[in-house]
Design a protein around this ligand. Structure first.
Ligand code: CA
Length: 531
């Protein structure tokens, strides 16, 4: 059992948990006018390390942090598969990828299955999604309104992006992705603030996903700063053969100078007006010249090159994050100005997964290691969550659907595999709350990372690279950076056996079919539009 901030004794806990479970199973709804609105803000690849509210953060995000100050931050929030599409599918369905069909970014998306926005809609909520979608068919009737980024392989553009509205027309909006998504969201809120029905609005930013192009107003920030390096930037990958073989290193090469830059070779720059391109280069060309000067002086070799690339990478990352934080501030300011609405609106900030921001020398996700497996999760719910809570209970993206439904007083169908953590939010963590999380990465070979599954408990982590039956085992208390695979060491044999049994139990609990361990992964190449 995990402890959170204001835990009563174990007996009270058990009865409170039982009460919450009973209410949820009856599907009782509060009075219509009391049901809270839900504002779900999600970024893409936003590392916990760059959110001020998290321990060990290297950055300040005063607006996102407001949610932690006025609500709660979850320190042990995890995804089930650390890539975009699968995490989003698990959020919408409350199920692992082998159940909802989205095991990889290439997998088809079938939204005729259970998705919680449709259930909310069927129970009187107005539902909308604005921003990045990324699944392989467009949003359907589960949303009253959708306006999703399209283009660049469903990733969307930073500058002058295209949007698809209600799975119909595609239009280009001039401006910056994060700003536009916020403009549209605030406009949608304005239009719905007087409505009788409660709403659920998903605000989903593309940032800070590659190719991390900051807005002009941030391009000069941190220019002369030296951002702190993670302690594992120069990991030697000893005892971890797949980490050694992965191809996801921090990599940053400067742009060509303006006079040599043909934007038709790059879809992201090709969308800029000539004026925008020139303005962008006014910030970047000095960096390119400095890079060339250092190279010619022989100062960018080995570790020095990696250090230089890390600084360029992380500065752009922080600049793009600053764009998110400022825009989250705009949304929270709007709620401040609409005080009555604010008091009855749950605000969540999450990311589809965290990200290696230089840890192990990487700029990616995928592996079951902590930096990728985590998801930032901050939530404010006035009157229900004690301000300033730090909650250590383990939650997973499959829990969001049942939790949000529970908050709305709507029950979840049997096929949902996650569990509502509403009692956890309210300080009553059930006595039988989860003590382990299941993880399964399927995109075999992408970035040279093999398929793997595993289990994480309070202290230990077991990873099984099953395509060639190789294990890794980490003692997270002794080795929080996961630098020493101690699988096979005699002193851990009891714990390894225990986690193998737990992995087996979770596989059965989540009904993972045997065939996924044997069938080759076949990338999906279609553009299915099933609704
Ligand atoms: Ca992502």
């Amino acid at each position: 059992m995990k402890i959170n901030f204001r835990l009563p004794d174990a007996g009270m806990l058990a009865s409170a948990g039982l009460m919450a479970a009973t209410l949820a199973s009856c599907g009782e709804r509060p009075e219509e006018d009391q049901r809270p609105n839900i504002l779900f803000i999600m970024a893409d690849d936003h590392a916990n390390r760059t959110i001020g509210a998290y321990d060990g953060s290297i950055h300040e995000t005063p607006n996102i942090d407001r949610l932690a100050e006025e609500g709660a931050v979850f320190t042990r929030s995890y995804c089930s598969n650390s890539i975009c599409g699968p995490s989003r599918a698990s959020i919408l369905t409350g199920m692992h990828g082998h159940r909802n069909g989205v095991t990889g970014n290439g997998a088809p998306w079938d939204n005729s299955q259970f998705v919680f926005p449709r259930r909310l809609k069927g129970n009187g909520y107005t539902t909308a999604l604005i921003g990045k979608w990324h699944l392989n068919s467009l949003p359907g009737n589960e949303f009253d309104y959708s306006k999703v980024l399209t283009g660049a392989g469903k990733q969307g553009f930073y500058y002058n992006p295209d949007f698809c509205i209600n799975a119909g027309d595609t239009i280009q909006e001039m401006g910056f992705s994060t700003d536009i998504i916020t403009d549209e969201s605030v406009e949608w809120l304005e239009q719905h603030k007087e409505a009788e029905n409660p709403f659920m609005l998903f605000v989903q930013f593309k940032a800070p996903h590659v190719p991390r192009m900051p807005h002009f107003r941030y391009l000069d920030r941190y220019r002369d700063d030296s951002i702190v390096e993670p302690p594992t930037l120069f990991d030697d990958y000893d005892t971890r053969r797949y980490a050694a073989e992965a191809r996801m290193g921090v990599h940053h090469r400067p742009l060509p100078l303006l006079e040599n830059h043909d934007p038709s070779n790059n879809i992201y720059f090709d969308r800029m007006t000539r004026e925008e391109l020139e303005r962008y280069h006014s910030y970047r060309d000095p960096v390119t010249k400095e890079y060339r000067r250092l190279r010619e002086a022989g100062k960018l070799q080995g570790k020095a090159l990696k250090r230089w690339e890390y600084q360029q990478f992380i500065k752009d990352y922080l600049r793009v994050v600053d764009g998110i934080d400022d825009n989250v501030g705009r949304i929270l300011d709007w709620l401040d100005q609409n005080r009555q609405l604010k008091e009855n609106t749950v605000v969540i900030y999450a990311s589809d997964q965290s990200y290696f921001t230089g840890e192990h020398g990487w700029a990616e996700k995928r592996f079951m290691y902590e930096e990728a497996m985590k998801m930032p999760f901050l939530i404010r719910w006035p009157g229900h969550i004690e301000p300033g809570s730090r909650i250590d209970a383990m939650i997973q993206n499959i829990d969001y659907a049942p939790t949000i439904l529970d908050i709305a007083g709507v029950d979840s169908p049997e096929e949902v595999q996650g569990r509502s953590f509403k009692p956890v939010l309210e300080g009553d963590t059930p006595g039988d709350w989860r003590e382990s999380v299941y993880y399964h990465y399927y995109d075999h070979g992408r970035h040279n990372v093999p398929r793997h599954e595993g289990v994480r408990t309070d202290r230990y982590k077991l990873i099984w690279y099953y395509t060639d039956d190789h294990y890794e085992f980490f003692d997270l208390e002794e080795d929080p950076h996961e630098l020493r695979n101690v699988y096979g060491r005699e002193e851990y044999s009891r714990q390894v056996d225990s986690l193998k049994r737990e992995l087996e139990r979770l596989r059965e609990h989540y009904r993972v079919p045997e065939h996924v361990f044997h069938e080759p992964y076949v990338p999906f190449s279609g553009t299915g539009t099933r609704h």
